[in-house]
Design a protein around this ligand. Structure first.
Ligand code: ADP
Length: 553
């Protein structure tokens, strides 16, 4: 979000570490110390003038010291503003020069006791507050020596004045030393505070990084121009595109989205739209949600939801942050729920209604003899169908829970297929079995019987009532191959994948008219996979279908 009248960054975030921050803090010390020095020297000059000194010397002294101090203050401000560190000698030289001016004044006017002392002390304190400790001491000692030098040079070095001269030569360096030590302590404190701040920021950064990397949801951020900056590992896993690949790319080219009818680019892309305000699941806030798919590197479309919002970058502009959630699982669950509801409301209800109807006829004694027998047969068929549907539902639940258990043994294929065929006594004339004798396969007998009962049942169900269904088993070097072929309606290539999914049925009218749950092939392929085998499909619509089960020998 933009904020009016923002300050330049350097002032709100002082440069780190040490140097510049220190200069910023202590450059200011020249002012409080420099002004009293100037006033002091000025006062001393007035006193000297009253004692008979020339006015021009007084003016020279005041202007000299004033100019030096103002110059230092101005220079320091300029240098630190340019981001440079103030060199100590640059301050030390004018201070020493000012000391010399004061000394010259004292020599000329015999002012060793008053103005001289005051000027040198103040000068040393300025040095201490503004220079580092060693430079402050050097300038202070120089000031102390000047006291003695001035006394000797001006002929004031006598016994009567010696206590004052001695005290002055000690007092001046001590003042400088004290001020220097004070400053050093404050600098140390300020640097320690900076270091703490840096380490706190670094820890904070690492925490945010770990948080983003551990997210299960995809997270992407863009800069002000809508180009990718951050791209977390979850997004890499979802899209197949790595952070390095998409860095700096326009967001609508890196995070490919579609609404099912085509790609979303420009302002239609939620992350572009979010620049102007929050967006959720592809639709600007307050608008109905639309379906959204993430297009991966291999062109797969994953259903996702997206929540995108403006992401502050600096005081004046913002990018976008978006969280991408894969909702395939939720979609799957909701599709399964729909399939289950339609299964219960139609497939299960039909045989149940039939059973109840025929049972009522029998109970009422409304049918007798051959009719009664037919009724009973209808009831038997309907309940058998119900039982098999319920069994398929339960088996699916077991597979879903990952609890499918196989009891492996050597299964004689001919016997197993024989048992499958015997389940369809009324179709025995249509069934042709071609199984090599003595062929055995390692597997779970019940599981295998389930697989072939489904395949043979389907072959009979989805082909004309007078057409043949062939079950053929051969032994290869590494596998046993058992196929079930029919000359029925066939399967369109575009439906070849979905018929192996849960509740997957062909959408053709021919199939929809026939009863079925769409669970049989799903269970068959799962059982084959549990045997380390697979189910293959070869089909031509209108000509027939062959399902081939490959099992390890
Ligand atoms: P169901 O037969 O109960 O619908 P399946 O899972 O056994 O369920 O089969 C899934 C779908 O595969 C069927 O609905 C049908 O569309 C197709 N199918 C299976 N076997 C054949 C076949 N032999 N010929 C044509 N279509 C078949």
């Amino acid at each position: 979000m933009a904020s009016g009248g923002a300050k330049p960054l350097r002032e709100t975030n002082p440069p780190i570490p040490g140097g510049l921050e220190t200069e910023r803090l202590f450059g200011a010390a020249v002012k409080p110390w420099g002004i009293p020095t100037f006033v002091g020297v000025f006062g001393a000059g007035i006193l000297a003038w009253m004692a008979g000194a020339d006015l021009w010397i007084l003016a020279l002294l005041v202007t000299g010291v004033g100019a030096v101090l103002t110059g230092i203050y101005w220079l320091r401000k300029r240098i630190t503003r340019q981001g440079k560190v103030f060199p100590p000698w640059l301050l030390a030289i004018p201070i020493i020069a000012a000391q010399l001016v004061a000394a010259g004044f004292a020599i000329t006017y015999h002012g060793i006791d008053g103005g001289m002392w005051f000027a040198l002390t103040m000068m040393s304190a300025v040095a201490g507050q503004s220079l580092d400790k060693n430079w402050a001491m050097a300038v202070g000692i120089f000031g102390g020596l000047l006291v003695i030098l001035v006394a000797v040079a001006s002929g004031q070095f006598d016994l009567a004045r010696s206590p004052a001269i001695f005290a002055g030569s000690i007092y001046v360096p001590v003042m400088a030393g004290l001020a220097g030590t004070q400053r050093a302590a404050a600098v140390e404190l300020s640097d320690a505070a900076n270091r703490d701040r840096i380490s706190l920021l670094e820890t904070h950064n690492r925490q945010v990084e770990a948080l983003i990397n551990s997210l299960q949801e995809g997270l992407v951020t863009t800069n002000c121009d809508g180009r990718v900056e951050r791209w977390n590992p979850a997004l890499f896993a979802m899209t197949g595109r790595s952070a390095a690949e998409v860095a700096g790319a326009p967001i609508d080219e890196a995070l490919l989205l579609s609404d099912g009818s085509g790609p979303l680019t420009g302002i239609r892309h939620p992350c572009v739209a979010a620049k102007g305000g929050g967006v959720t699941t592809g639709s600007p806030l307050g608008e109905p949600e639309r379906d959204l798919f993430l297009v991966t590197d291999d062109e797969t479309e994953i259903p996702v939801t997206i929540s995108a919002s403006p992401f502050p970058i600096d005081h004046t502009d913002h990018g976008v942050v978006a969280v991408v959630t894969d909702v395939s699982r939720e979609r799957g669950v909701s599709e399964m729920r729909d399939s289950l509801i339609s299964l219960v409301s139609h497939e299960l209800r039909t045989p149940l209604t039939m059973t109840v109807g025929f049972a009522e006829l029998l109970a009422d004694g409304a049918v007798e003899g051959e009719d009664a027998r037919q009724c009973a047969a209808q009831i038997r068929d309907a309940t058998t169908r119900l039982a098999s549907m319920i069994e398929d539902l339960l088996t699916t639940a077991v597979i879903e829970a990952g609890e499918l258990k196989l009891v492996m043994e050597d299964v004689p294929v001919r016997t197993m297929i024989g048992s499958v065929i015997s389940r369809f006594p009324e179709y025995s004339s249509r069934l042709i079995v071609d199984v090599a004798p003595n062929l055995t396969v390692r597997g779970d007998p019940d599981g295998l019987e389930h697989v072939f009962t489904n395949l043979v049942g389907n072959a009979l169900k989805y082909s004309p009532s007078d057409s043949e269904v062939t079950v053929k088993a051969t032994a290869g070097e590494y596998e046993v191959v058992i196929s079930v072929s029919d000359k029925g309606i066939g399967i369109a290539p575009e439906e070849a994948e979905r018929i192996f999914e849960r509740f997957g049925r062909s959408l053709s009218d021919e199939v929809q008219r026939l009863p079925g749950t769409g669970l049989g092939l799903f269970i068959a392929s799962e059982i084959a996979a549990a045997h380390d085998g697979r189910v293959d499909l070869a089909s031509a619509p209108g000509e027939g279908t062959t399902f081939t089960v490959h099992l390890p020998a």
